[in-house]
Write a protein that binds this ligand. Structure first.
Ligand SMILES: Nc1ncnc2c1ncn2[C@@H]1O[C@H](COP(=O)(O)OP(=O)(O)OP(=O)(O)O)[C@@H](O)[C@H]1O
Length: 363
């Protein structure tokens, strides 16, 4: 299997759901519970996709203590299914299978990388994955127990790496049935294959910094500083071609970083696209041009608190699509990094567009 342009060892079909109670069809008889007055409700199937290696192994440790609490808090209403990922991309397969089997919710337990994979599991071959049971009336919602190093997507909603708070969000959804829809970003590369993101996709220096940062996750949030320092070596601001909302091609000179935000934060808490809103049907595109290394030192606090849009050479616009290419004959030579949700994706060219209200999310 090839994913993200990186060869990945093909994994056997996941033995999904080391479930407390197995998924359908076995649980179908157990899906309806009678209440005293004769009313009944359907037991929900909630699948927790846990990356035991998230946050350098902290996710796995916390999950062990969390599971008994989860069972006591939600077990009367839900079938709680846990599935531990065995390696990169496994969360995609688990999610696809869970949706096909009719799960009510798939909850990513880990960081932005795990969440990114779970979101990609909602799609297959450019389409939404759907329940095998075409008579089913419910859809599968996305949920999150943030337990990563950066956990940047959660910051847009003000969520912390607080497991009990996250479980209360899930409980609220179960008892009230309230869900809201979020937009999803789509990235199409030269091969025509689609990838999906829900937080921030970014190009050039920040993407290269993210690529290096991923090697130093054991140092916690310091990994982003180390990654940025490493990315600066040999960095050149680059002229790029962009086409916004299917308009004319424009040249963007001396681009340091181009960030496409469906949500607001990346790089372990930098509020890079401060006006992005995952439910407004548009991205916020922020372009940093002609930044020197000392600009980052002088303006870093503004990048973290989201007040950098007034800084010279920072431009922001709203867009539902953007294409980005290198300029032919430029010296960069197919080496402009692209990442989405902190995961390395490859190099330019890429097209980004938004799928409004694409997924139901537990918020
Ligand atoms: N069993 C596993 N062993 C090794 N890597 C895994 C395993 N399961 C998942 N992964 C990979 O670990 C990567 C990082 O995981 P995750 O995002 O949960 O944590 P993080 O990197 O610490 O947090 P953040 O992305 O928020 O900084 C994911 O991209 C995923 O592909």
């Amino acid at each position: 299997m090839v994913y993200y342009g990186i060869a990945v060892v093909a994994m056997a079909k996941p033995s999904v759901f080391r479930a407390e109670q197995p998924m359908a069809p076995d649980i179908s008889a157990d899906r309806t519970i009678s209440h005293g007055g004769g009313s009944s409700f359907r037991r929900r199937d909630i699948v927790f996709v846990v990356n035991p290696r998230g946050a350098s192994g902290r996710t796995g440790k916390e999950w062990k203590t969390l599971l008994p609490y989860l069972r006591s808090r939600l077990g009367s209403e839900c079938n709680i299914c846990e599935s531990l990922t065995s390696g990169p991309c496994h969360a995609i397969d688990i999610t696809r299978e869970a949706i096909r089997e009719g799960a009510d919710a798939v909850i990513a337990v880990g960081g932005d990388g795990t969440l990114h994979e779970v979101v990609n599991g909602f799609f297959w071959g450019g389409k939404h994955v759907s329940n095998h049971d075409t008579m089913a009336t419910h859809t599968t919602a996305l949920g999150l127990i943030p337990l990563g190093t950066g956990s940047d997507f959660a910051r847009t909603f003000g969520w912390k790496n607080d497991t009990h708070e996250a479980i209360e969000r899930i409980a609220r959804e179960i008892f009230s049935g309230l869900r809201s829809r979020i937009d999803i970003g789509v990235i199409v590369g030269g091969s025509g294959e689609s990838h999906y993101f829900l937080n921030v996709a970014d190009i050039h220096l920040s993407a290269k910094a993210g690529y290096f940062a991923s090697r130093y996750k054991r140092f916690g949030n310091l990994c982003y500083v180390i990654g940025a320092l490493q990315a600066f070596f040999g960095h050149h601001n680059q002229d790029l071609k962009i086409k916004v909302n299917e308009g004319e091609w424009e040249v963007c000179s001396k681009v340091t970083a181009l960030c496409i935000g469906n949500a607001k934060f990346f790089g372990g808490g930098m509020k890079i696209t401060p006006n992005a809103d995952p439910s407004n049907g548009n991205f916020e595109v922020v372009i940093l041009q002609d930044f020197k290394w000392y600009d980052f030192i002088l303006k870093l606090h503004k990048l973290y608190n989201g007040t950098h849009l007034s800084v010279k050479n920072v431009f922001s616009r709203s867009a539902h699509s953007i294409e980005v290419e290198e300029i032919e004959g430029s010296s960069s030579n197919n080496s402009i990094y692209v990442q989405s949700d902190g995961e390395f994706l490859g190099f330019l060219p890429r097209k980004f567009f938004i799928l409004p209200a694409a997924i139901e999310m537990i918020q």
